[in-house]
Write a protein that binds this ligand. Structure first.
Ligand SMILES: [Zn+2]
Length: 57
């Protein structure tokens, strides 16, 4: 259930499944973005690897 919970970035109210806040029409986000930061980490590693490859060539 909590994975559907989203929080408004502006008024801080919680909503379920809505990407736009029903109170103030601003975008909402997932309050605990653990899985999303994982994909960000992979992007960081990929960029680091690319930089190393550029240096060695
Ligand atoms: Zn709001």
């Amino acid at each position: 259930m909590t994975k559907y919970l989203r929080k408004c970035t502006v008024c801080g109210k919680y909503t379920i499944l809505k990407e736009i806040c029903p109170y103030c029409s601003n975008p909402t986000r997932i309050p605990h973005p653990a899985k999303f930061s994982l994909t960000d980490n992979y992007g960081v590693y990929r960029r680091k690897l690319k930089r190393i490859e550029e240096k060695s060539s």
